[in-house]
Design a protein around this ligand. Structure first.
Ligand code: 13P
Ligand code: SF4
Length: 303
């Protein structure tokens, strides 16, 4: 067994040799965030992937994020250190299921959350992330919008727009563990604290928050001078970054149970293995990629 510092040294030297960049999502284990070249939310990660000059992207996140990097950078090798690191919510809509629903709603514009497969993106008109969802929906000249797959993000957007939205019944099993009672109790314990939650939370949780933000938005909000204590309603991995970037401030997770097990599949061991073996590679077939890219490009242009 190798110690962490030995693993880290090997990863960093192999990363150089392979001309690779390590991108990590805000929910990754602390030790993975610490070796990454960039840590961010889904939108920031895809923007970063699109502009990197590295030949290899080691994606420390879940499958749809690595796929989005592959959609945007077909000439790069995109590695996902554990092929089982998929987002269960993204799997709640399939391309076939979406095609069937589209037949029932022929006039609807289809908006897919970035937490979806490349095949689903290819069936969609435009994509969005938690950071730009309201802006994307507002930019559309659409009578009716079919939003897939997260019903809770979809519901949150529908409270911020007059557009008619039809919601797919997907959800994030990690975020729905957060109960309103946890926030009420913590507010009593920390009356000075601001409450920031992710829009994948249930509406009764969102109703209790001061801010509803993407994970990148939560990190920016934490830097504000008037925020000295924060009750954080999202996956627990973000606490590492918040504490690291804001020494002296207090961050209280709403629930220790808000863990995304798939995000935690990425480890120092499999990052090193992935760079050594150059596998598992995530590659989207060209026909699907071009259609999916159109939906992602429309999003990047709209906001
Ligand atoms: P962000 O884009 O806000 O980081 O969210 C991604 C995600 O999977 C939330 O569960
Ligand atoms: Fe998917 Fe939820 Fe995990 Fe985010 S936290 S990757 S939405 S399962």
């Amino acid at each position: 067994m190798q110690g962490d510092s030995e693993l880290i040294d090997k990863i960093l030297s192999l990363k150089k040799e392979r001309n690779a960049v390590i991108l990590a999502h805000n929910y990754q284990l602390g030790e993975i965030q610490d070796i990454a070249d960039f840590v961010g939310d889904s939108l920031e990660l895809s923007q970063n992937a699109a502009k990197t000059e590295a030949e290899v992207i080691v994606f420390c996140g879940v499958h749809f994020m690595a796929e989005t990097a592959s959609i945007l950078c077909p000439d790069k090798i995109v590695l996902l250190p554990d092929i089982h690191a998929g987002c269960p919510m993204a799997d709640m809509v399939t391309a076939e299921g979406l095609r069937e629903r589209k037949k029932e709603l022929p006039g609807a514009t289809v908006v897919c959350y970035i937490n979806s497969s490349a095949e689903v993106k290819a069936e969609s008109d435009i994509c969005c992330t938690s950071a730009n969802a309201v802006k994307v929906i507002e930019s559309l000249d659409a009578k009716e919008i079919l939003f897939v797959p997260d019903q809770y993000l979809g519901h949150y957007i529908s409270t911020r727009t007059d557009k008619k939205m039809i919601l797919w019944p997907g959800f994030c099993a990690t975020h729905i563990r957060i109960q309103p009672q946890y926030i009420t109790d913590l507010r009593r314990e920390y009356p000075q604290a601001k409450v920031a939650v992710h829009p994948e939370c249930r509406p009764d949780v969102i109703a209790l928050a001061d801010e509803v933000l993407s994970t990148g938005g939560i990190c920016r909000y934490a830097r504000r001078e008037d925020v000295t204590q924060m009750i954080v309603g999202t996956e627990i991995g973000i606490i590492h970054r918040l504490r690291k970037e804001n020494p002296g401030k207090r961050f209280i997770p709403v629930s220790e149970q808000a863990v995304c097990p798939r995000m935690k599949l990425i480890t120092l061991e499999n990052v090193l293995w992935s760079l050594q073996e150059m596998t598992p590679e995530i590659k989207v077939p060209e026909e699907i990629r071009l259609k999916a890219k159109a939906a992602v490009d429309r999003m990047l242009k709209a906001v």
